[in-house]
Design a binder for this molecule. Structure first.
Ligand code: BGC
Length: 857
């Protein structure tokens, strides 16, 4: 039964779907040329230069070493775009759908195209390495960064991330697959000790990293904040040196998560190459001193420098070394690809009586109302749509935290539908607004930042698309330095859309003077609260400072002057604060009644429900899965008024939908990226089929989910469920979710006609039995019969998607990786194939099996 790991390695992960390779220039013998250039560069560096290279020069880059022709390597977040070295909306980036949406496409080739677009963005912005993808698993639906990871299934995660990394590297840009490993929740993330037994560690949490290393050969990896089994990941010699580099052959660079490196000797010996950000890190001068004191071997420094230089050589930042990619792939239209990925990832959870795609309904009783309150005349023959929900107007296209990028435009659901439907066919009512907190000043504000020294002299100014200053490291307006800067004023005008009491406030630490329409609303100092996460000041809670009675359309002056206080300085040189605002709230019952009334007269009612940045972001976990605010009440009221109610769920991760059986259709759009509204219109009107399948089980209620715990006890979080997370856990508990893993309806139907299974593959023949062309994701599950190994009841072994015209039959071969039949043997410390009888099931989703075959190993 047992075979050597070497033999197994060759066969591992064979099932990851193939995508075309980039053509490399064969004449260059590039690997050897690069290694030679790296050797030569390394040999000519002294200890101080070498250790300097291992520490960030600033927030996002490494120092240049002109003596060896090394340019400064620049890194940037990821994963839905390329934010660049400025954390502001005036350095825009394309914003693709969230990783959960990308995973819902079940299409590694599409992920590869996404990667190529991101490489194009990175090159445009001078970025060499994208800090992505996030391949941690959906262990608990409460995980705050769930939206930023792919799936609860390690195979699906690994396959998608493989395509994504291949695509970015096709464009000659590096990646850091993150966060290695078991960073599956946010609570106490800097210190938590995640206790994970060897089998779940190998079979679940390490598996996507292993698949990406095996199949995409990533040029970088990021080690996480947390500990695993008592050792912090930036010092985890066993997992980094032995497993990642030794067993898997990873030859890329290992960068710490930001501020995760705490020690000099243990980190270096644990295999950490780069301590980010800089300039204050445990490497640099501290590392040189440790070598000189005989505490750390210089050979260990050399090994780390070699990895960094290899990365530089690969991305073309080291003179004399041929970059991996000399001719980037053909230019990609970012807007078009963002739109395609969006509708390919939308999951149609329910579609009673084929309410979608939209047909024609009764004529409008009134003219169409727009979000601005103006009206457009209806034409007598148009289908009418009554749209409601705050996120239909103020689109929520991505999740919060370091995953945030700033697109130069966003197509909201309202914008998308208004462009697709005939004039007058669309009405909008707010219905319910889940934003209960003040948010950075946006709509109606025209703002800039003015920087002054201690004497009040203006040093420089910066443009501000929203009321948020986030200047990290050297990212300051021209003429300004951290040494000379004494105050920053956000100043400009505000023209409200609504009359009434507007709330204003601040986010950040230090001194503030807030003035609105000539009146000082606050003059005081904000100190830290009880937060433990150093990023809390960046992304944390805003504080309301007062209200101003304003009139719609009448412009007023606003100003927020901030004096940074040294005692509350962030852990790195940065200026971070916001002017926050909340428009007047109308009576929630009135809003709901208005939306229900509009729905009553329309052909179809579309309600967009959403989470907020205070629900899904970084640095904290969720406390529940209920939709914030009165959104559930809105859906129920609209559904009662119109039987053709379609609910659009705009959330990166599971939410409870207690009304799910009362509405005609539910379309899950995730965080759909900048073109989300256009893609929504495509799908609602039938111009495109919703292509997504759930990459994660959706519970009806949090209480039903078998694995939810994210809060450590005495600093420790025990993964007591072992290998049973996601659908593996639901099966073991005998529990039934609202929607199972793999679920998603299209606009056509399929018959599965035949299945032939071997240990290496499943050959499936199927027919599009509907009336439209369509795409089907063929999912192959393995079900062990008489299992001796305490495995899950069934698991995903492979998948592939097919397209066919109406009436057409197609055949697809789904590769089954050898690993699908293996478990990690904790006693022997190796992979073991479990022989016996298996049912191979070809399915539309986990709970919609279509054909089965028996396989004896
Ligand atoms: C996040 C990383 C991110 C880094 C840089 C950290 O807080 O965990 O995912 O890449 O910040 O922004």
């Amino acid at each position: 039964m047992r075979e050597t790991q070497k033999a197994q390695k060759a066969q591992r992960n064979q099932g990851v779907p193939e995508v075309p390779e980039t053509v490399a220039d064969p004449d260059l013998d590039p690997d050897t040329a690069r290694e030679r250039a790296v050797d030569a560069a390394l040999a000519s560096l002294d200890l101080d230069a070498k250790t300097r290279l291992l520490a960030g020069r600033d927030m996002w880059s490494l120092p240049a070493l002109p003596e060896i022709g090394l340019a400064p390597l620049v890194m940037s977040d990821g994963p839905v775009g390329v934010r660049g070295v400025r954390w502001t909306a005036d350095d825009p980036s394309v914003a693709l759908p969230s990783p959960t949406a990308l995973a819902a496409t079940w299409d590694p080739a599409l992920a590869r195209r996404a990667g190529r677009l991101l490489a194009q963005e990175a090159r445009r912005k001078g970025v060499h390495v994208l800090l992505a993808p996030t391949v941690n698993l959906h262990r608990s639906p409460l995980g705050g960064r769930h939206f930023e990871a792919h799936s609860e299934d390690p195979y699906l995660t690994g396959a998608l991330a493989t395509g994504y990394v291949q695509g970015i590297q096709d464009g000659g840009v590096g990646t850091t697959v993150k966060h290695f490993v078991a960073n599956d929740a946010e609570t106490d993330r800097f210190t938590v000790d995640n206790r994970v037994a060897a089998r779940p560690l190998r079979e679940l949490y390490l598996a996507p990293f292993e698949a990406v290393v095996e199949n995409a050969h990533p040029w970088g990896i990021m080690t996480a904040y947390n500990q695993v089994n008592g050792t912090t990941m930036t010092e985890h010699r066993y997992l980094v040196q032995d497993v990642l580099r030794g067993e898997w052959g990873f030859d890329g660079v290992n960068v710490s998560d930001w501020m995760a490196a705490r020690t000099t000797k243990a980190a270096l010996e644990g295999g950490l190459d780069l301590a980010m950000p800089g300039p204050r890190t445990v490497y640099g001068p501290a590392l040189a001193a440790a070598v000189r004191a005989g505490e750390v071997a210089e050979s260990a420094v050399d090994a780390a420098v070699r990895n960094v230089l290899r990365l530089a050589a690969r991305v073309g930042a080291l003179d004399g070394a041929p970059p991996v990619v000399t001719t980037p792939p053909a230019p990609i239209d970012g807007d078009a690809l963002a739109r395609e990925i969006a509708h390919r990832g939308f999951v149609l959870l329910r579609n009673e009586s084929h309410v979608l795609p939209l047909g024609t309904g009764p004529l409008p009783s009134t003219d169409g109302t727009t979000p601005d309150g103006t009206t457009t005349p209806a034409t007598p023959t148009t289908p009418t749509v009554a749209l409601s929900g705050a996120a239909a107007r103020d689109a929520r296209v991505l999740g919060g935290g370091s995953a945030q990028v700033f697109p130069d435009h966003v197509v909201s659901p309202y914008d998308g539908l208004a462009a697709a439907l005939p004039a007058g066919a669309l009405t909008f009512s707010l219905g319910a607004d889940p934003t209960e907190e003040l948010a950075p000043a946006g709509t109606g504000f025209t703002l800039r930042a003015v920087c002054r020294d201690t004497s009040g002299t203006v040093l420089g100014t910066g443009s501000l698309p929203i009321g948020q200053v986030q200047w990290m490291g050297a990212d300051l307006p021209a003429g300004v330095t951290h040494d000379t800067l004494a105050s920053v004023e956000i100043t400009g005008t505000f023209t409200p859309r609504e009359s009434g009491p507007h709330a204003f406030g601040t986010r950040g630490l230090g001194g503030f003077v807030l003035t609105v329409d000539g009146r000082v609303l606050f003059d005081g100092t904000q100190g830290p609260g009880t937060e433990t996460d150093p990023f809390e000041a960046f992304f944390g809670a805003p504080t309301e400072r007062g209200t101003a009675e304003l009139t719609a359309g009448q412009t007023v002056e606003v100003s927020l002057r901030h004096t940074p206080a040294p005692e509350f300085a962030p852990p790195l040189p940065a200026v971070v604060f916001s002017l926050v605002h909340l428009p007047p709230r109308r009576d929630p019952d009135e809003l709901i009644a208005e939306a229900a009334e509009a729905a009553r007269g329309a052909g179809t009612a579309v309600v967009v429900v959403a989470t907020t940045e205070r629900v899904e972001s970084e640095g904290f976990d969720r406390t529940g899965l209920a939709l914030p605010g009165r959104q559930d009440d809105l859906v129920r009221a609209v559904a009662a008024a119109n039987p053709r109610t379609v609910v659009v769920v705009n959330a990166g991760s599971p939410v409870e939908m207690p009304w799910r059986d009362e509405v005609a259709a539910i379309l899950l759009t995730w965080f759909p990226g900048q073109e989300g509204g256009a893609a929504l219109a495509d799908v609602l009107t039938g111009a495109a089929e919703p292509g997504g399948r759930l990459p994660t089980t959706w519970p009806a209620a949090l209480a039903d989910a078998p694995v939810t715990e994210v809060t450590p006890t005495d600093g420790t979080l025990d993964y007591t469920e072992g290998v049973f997370i996601g659908y593996r856990a639901w099966d073991r508990a005998g529990a039934v979710p609202a929607y199972p893993f793999g679920h998603g309806l299209g606009y056509t139907t399929w018959s599965y006609d035949s299945l032939v299974a071997t240990p290496d593959s499943a050959l499936v023949r199927l027919t599009n039995t509907g009336t439209r062309p369509g795409r089907e994701v063929v999912q192959i599950y393995l079900v062990p019969v008489h299992d001796p190994a305490e495995r899950p009841a069934r698991w995903l072994a492979g998948f592939a998607s097919v397209t066919a015209d109406a009436g057409e039959s197609v055949e697809v071969t789904v590769e089954l990786p050898r690993r699908a039949f293996e478990i990690w043997d904790e006693k022997e410390g190796g992979w073991t194939r479990v022989d016996g009888t298996y049912r191979v099931v070809a399915a539309h989703s986990l709970d919609d099996p279509r054909l089965g075959a028996t396989l004896d190993l």
